[in-house]
Design a protein around this ligand. Structure first.
Ligand code: ADP
Length: 154
């Protein structure tokens, strides 16, 4: 059976921290689905289409990676995709506390799904999509925090 992992997130926008987690997880899985969780009633900062296209472009040479979007419960979406693993990145103790609760509740919802955590590189731990958006909102240059395929001005 194929080892399929879901890497869920808002990715609004995708950062070099996200990219590094996915690349480091590649040897662990046959496929990684980078899945943008969205809420049709709530607009993101960047359109869903833009976020999807950016991530596809970043991983265009990596045939193990699939890019997708979903609405609803992550655990349900894992079942649809036959993903037995959820991949998440950890930056800080605050991330750990937040992620712990989600992972434990997901496990209660779907017993056969394991969440796998990778620790971020030290230099990536301050990088967050929220701060990238703040920089852009106030006219700053956030390009060093996102993969080169992402042109934040477009
Ligand atoms: P969510 O809205 O689900 O928190 P994010 O797009 O913010 O989605 O993050 C998706 C995943 O990537 C989460 O597990 C988050 O902890 C992780 N992550 C975010 N930024 C980084 C980073 N700089 N380094 C490593 N992991 C990160």
């Amino acid at each position: 059976m194929k080892r399929i992992a879901l890497f869920p997130g808002s990715f609004d926008p995708f950062t070099i921290g996200h990219e590094e987690i996915v690349r480091r997880a590649l040897p662990l899985f046959d496929n990684i689905i980078v899945a943008i969780g969205y809420n049709s009633a709530k607009q993101g900062y960047f359109s869903l289409e833009k976020r999807i296209n950016w991530i596809k472009d970043i991983f265009k040479d990596e045939n193990k990676i699939i890019v997708d979007a979903y609405e609803g419960l992550t655990a349900d979406y894992c079942v649809v995709k036959n993903a037995k693993f959820i991949l998440r990145g950890l930056r800080t103790a605050a991330d750990f506390e937040y992620e712990r609760a989600i992972a434990q509740m997901n496990k209660m919802l779907k017993h056969d799904i394991e969440t796998v955590f990778l620790l971020t590189k030290p230099e990536h731990s301050p990088i967050s999509s929220t701060i990238v958006r703040e920089i852009i909102r106030y006219g700053g240059d956030a390009s060093q925090f996102v993969p080169k395929e992402i042109d934040l001005l477009k």
